[in-house]
Design a protein around this ligand. Structure first.
Ligand SMILES: Nc1ncnc2c1ncn2[C@@H]1O[C@H](COP(=O)(O)OP(=O)(O)OP(=O)(O)O)[C@@H](O)[C@H]1O
Length: 256
């Protein structure tokens, strides 16, 4: 499923935080959004997963206006992992993952055998089957993140919107989560702070600064020393991974 964002602007409390965004994520592509703190990544993503409505412009999934769909229809196509996705109530892990099935349940709203099967499989897929009976609030940050990814996958969406999915994760888990996301073969739009992870894992990158996209394209074309100095205020050296040949960045502070 393809995402097309056209002329999108987003306002919060009367202030326009995101301006005139145009962005496309082709079916099955892993598309990264990078930018400094406060540049508007979360605000843009919140509008894509419908926590905010656009002030102008559209988000289309395979040509259909996402904000014109019912909540249930939207949730069957798109699942999100928000940045501060904690839940106030102490549900068990199994209950949190089961919430991902709600858009698929009609009538009684009760989980059937298929729903339970999908939940068990997704928890196993993220390596968290052993946590099923634990209270969500008792989990470590990394464990919570895995469970919330399981909830998003249990939704069986066609599009995943992720806001910093590697937050709270140690390096092995960061790599594992990105491999999981990649293996899902879904269309993914994700904010990432780690530019080296973004360089290796994303098919396309969009750089956002002050609420506007300032560069788009393949990671190697986008993450240039000039752009990194201009947007992030760092001096960057580009090297190749000695085994994989992947782009890696080494940083120094830029003294302006
Ligand atoms: N509810 C709000 N009211 C006022 N300003 C807001 C609100 N939400 C966000 N902002 C401001 O909008 C700007 C963009 O915030 P946003 O969270 O989208 O940035 P971000 O790129 O995701 O940042 P980070 O990398 O730090 O998570 C920031 O200056 C932020 O303070």
């Amino acid at each position: 499923m393809r995402i097309d964002i056209e002329d999108l602007s987003v306002e919060v409390a009367g202030t326009r935080l995101v301006h005139d965004i145009a962005l496309r994520a082709g079916s099955g592509r892993l598309v990264g959004l990078v930018g400094p703190n406060g540049s508007g990544k979360s605000t843009l993503l919140r509008c894509v997963y419908r926590a905010l409505r656009p002030a102008a412009g559209t988000v289309r999934l395979d040509g259909e206006d996402l904000h014109a769909l019912s909540a249930r229809e939207g949730a069957r196509r798109l699942a999100a992992l928000p940045q501060e996705a904690s839940t106030e109530f102490d549900f068990t892990v199994a209950e949190v993952v089961a919430m991902g099935r709600l858009p698929h349940q009609r009538g009684s709203g009760r989980a059937n055998a298929d729903d339970r099967d999908v939940c068990a499989r997704t928890l196993a897929r993220v390596g968290a089957a052993h946590l099923a009976d634990r209270g969500f609030l008792s989990l470590s940050g990394g464990e919570k993140q895995r469970v919330l990814i399981a909830r998003a996958l249990a939704q069986e969406p066609e599009v995943l919107v992720l806001d910093e999915p590697t937050n709270h994760l140690d390096i092995a888990q960061q790599l594992e989560v990105l491999a999981l996301v990649r293996d899902s073969r879904l269309t993914v739009l994700t904010a990432l702070h780690d530019l080296n992870l973004a360089a290796v894992h994303c098919d396309d990158l969009h750089v956002i600064a002050d609420g506007r996209i300032v560069a788009s394209g393949a990671p190697y074309d986008v993450l240039t020393p000039e752009l990194l100095a201009e947007v992030f205020g760092v001096r960057a050296h580009r090297v190749r991974h000695p085994e994989t040949g992947a782009l890696q960045l080494l940083f120094d502070r830029l003294t302006r």
